[in-house]
Design a protein around this ligand. Structure first.
Ligand code: NAD
Ligand code: MG
Length: 392
């Protein structure tokens, strides 16, 4: 029986993970569930899965959950505060940690799971974007098993040769990262500045949290994924090519020196990569319908338009700059996306905020998590100033 902690249980990935786990209750036990403040969602999940711990970062909401659970015959102990996330991620009884918190808030607990040598299923791409070098060093020195959940990276992982490593590439020549292009792929560029948060969050193929939905609409998501791919698969950015594929059926591809290109396909449903990583190297049922190729009929591909998607260029710039530049990019983007979602700035302002913060921040080589956190803080405060100017 493998005990599982889900960081970000109330979110889109968290809910999909629980759906897969519920299909395999003889194999996995839910040990801990965490969320920021969604007491109701966590209450329902506790009633269904009876975890040992439930963590709500917000102490008032943790108290609410505690009283909701009162009288229920459950073993669940309620904890609060951000430190409790790391506690349940690194707990000695846990073997698998699903890292599905959105944004920089996921970095510390995900690192705690890595340092405790857990099998870490990484959905929280922002953690790797911020701290790539330190993160991968920690994986190597602890012996943690890191498996990608992001559908593209999970696809690439499935298409790489089993003996693939930074030293022996097994004939791999290039990684092809698929991108749907999001909801605004065909919209006239002049109309982008007027799009609303609701339109931006309406992804054509995937139902996801609001932050990643906006990132998909700006294609910052693909930029973050490009950086994620460089770290996960030890490749320079020049060996990763972004390909627009609006149907989201091919989740990514790997090119080999002999001309072979391997692709992983499937319906766009995150339960496939989640089930793959949970059971790896075995395979288990995910609940996802088999792909109907005849009904799919058409697969289209094109190159990304960097004028339409300046955020993708900014991410490419940040990975080339290296050091703390990706952490700065990520922090500025999180602030800008929040500001867009709350109506303070327009859609096209997101790239302006990120560009301005990236341009005005000194690039340094971070040698500790503290150094990264301080770059993150400085970039956020600069981003808030830019947002203030744009909103005012
Ligand atoms: P979501 O917004 O639906 O859920 C986010 C979760 O994180 C919630 O449980 C929330 O309570 C928790 N959270 C938010 N802020 C927190 C904080 N400060 N401290 C602790 N917990 C906090 O997001 P999602 O769509 O599930 O995405 C989660 C992560 O997975 C993101 O990094 C995203 O990029 C990645 N991802 C998501 C998908 C998808 O299909 N949804 C696909 C690939 C990768
Ligand atoms: Mg993805």
């Amino acid at each position: 029986m493998q005990k599982v902690t889900i960081l970000g249980a109330s979110g889109s990935i968290g809910v999909s993970t629980l759906d897969v786990l519920a299909r395999h209750s003889s194999r996995f036990e839910v040990f801990a569930l965490t969320a920021h403040s969604s007491a109701e969602a966590l209450f329902q999940q506790c009633c269904q899965f009876n975890p040992r711990y439930a963590v709500l970062v917000d102490p008032d909401q943790a108290e609410r959950l505690q009283s909701m659970l009162h009288g229920q015959e459950l073993r669940t102990e309620v904890l609060s505060g951000a430190e409790s996330l790391a506690f349940v991620a690194a707990h000695p009884e846990v073997s698998v940690v699903m890292a599905a918190i959105v944004g920089a808030a996921g970095l510390k607990p995900t690192m705690a799971a890595v340092e405790a040598a857990k099998k870490v299923l990484l959905a929280n791409k922002e953690a790797l974007v911020m701290a790539g070098g330190l993160f991968m060093d920690a994986v190597a020195s602890s012996g943690a098993v890191l498996l990608p959940i992001d559908s593209e990276h999970n696809a690439i992982f499935q298409c790489l040769p089993p003996d693939y490593s930074a030293a022996s590439r097994g004939g791999v020549s290039k990684i092809l990262l698929s991108a749907s292009g999001g909801p605004f792929l065909q919209l006239p560029i002049s109309e982008l500045e007027k799009v609303t948060p609701e339109q931006a969050c309406k992804h054509p193929n995937w139902a996801m949290g609001r932050k990643i939905s906006v990132d998909s609409a700006t294609m910052m998501n693909k930029g973050l994924e490009l950086i994620e791919a460089c770290w996960l698969f030890s490749v320079p950015p020049t060996q990763v090519e972004v390909v627009i594929h609006p149907q989201s059926v091919i989740h990514s591809l790997v090119s080999y020196v002999d001309g072979s290109v391997l692709a992983q396909m499937g319906n766009p449903d995150m339960r496939t990569p989640i089930a793959h990583a949970l059971a790896w190297p075995e395979r288990i049922d995910s609940g996802v319908d088999p792909l109907d190729l005849v009904a799919t009929a058409r697969l289209d591909f094109s190159a990304p338009d960097l004028q339409r998607f300046p955020c993708l260029s900014l991410a490419m710039q940040a990975i080339k700059q290296g050091g703390n530049a990706p952490a700065i990019l990520n922090a500025a983007n999180e602030v800008a996306v929040d500001a867009f979602l709350s109506g303070a700035i327009g859609f096209t302002d997101i790239a302006c905020v990120v560009d301005s913060v990236l341009d005005n921040s000194p690039v340094a080589e971070p040698n500790s998590l503290q150094a990264i956190e301080s770059s993150d803080r400085e970039a956020r405060s600069m981003a808030h100033e830019v947002v203030g100017r744009l909103a005012g």
